[in-house]
Design a protein around this ligand. Sequence first.
Ligand code: AMP
Length: 177
Amino acid sequence: MNDAALKDRLFAAMRDVPDFPRPGILFKDITPVLADAVLLRELTEAMTAPWQEAGITHVAGIESRGFILAAPIAIALGAGFVPIRKPGKLPWQTAGVDYALEYGSDRLEMHLDACPSPARVLLVDDVLATGGTASAACALIEQVGGIVAGCSFLLAISALGGAGRLGGRPIQALLST
Ligand code: AMP
């Protein structure tokens, strides 16, 4: 697979939607990428490759676009999938982490028994922006006993500095702006 060509094709397929969901946000819409059978397979392979030898036992996806990417990566790595969800969505006993947003705060939850020690967890989401969401997700994985072996994103928006909030954990972004 030609990596540079794949990245060009992914950027070309991704859609920028200005002022969604709020004024001032340039939303990176990955739905055209997901709808393309070849791109979906190739991006899954490319996001999986760096972690083949990392001993990953679980892949954790952040609701909701993270789920879509995390599940095929988990299958490709021979790992399990675990969901990290918005509050009140998970049916069993949960742990939760509150985190600050630009305006207000949010919360992520995980089942207490999702990835017990010594699980080696790969965190997956579509976009790394300010890093607040991913950093809360890492804290949550560790709270329930997992080791964050790495973090993988389809796209990192470099200007927002999210990587700096992930505490030196290994990070891979297939695309970066
Ligand atoms: P952050 O916590 O600022 O790193 O934001 C990351 C989370 O918000 C991810 O779950 C993304 O799906 C979503 N997100 C943030 N900014 C964008 C954007 N410009 N386009 C698409 N999704 C975004």
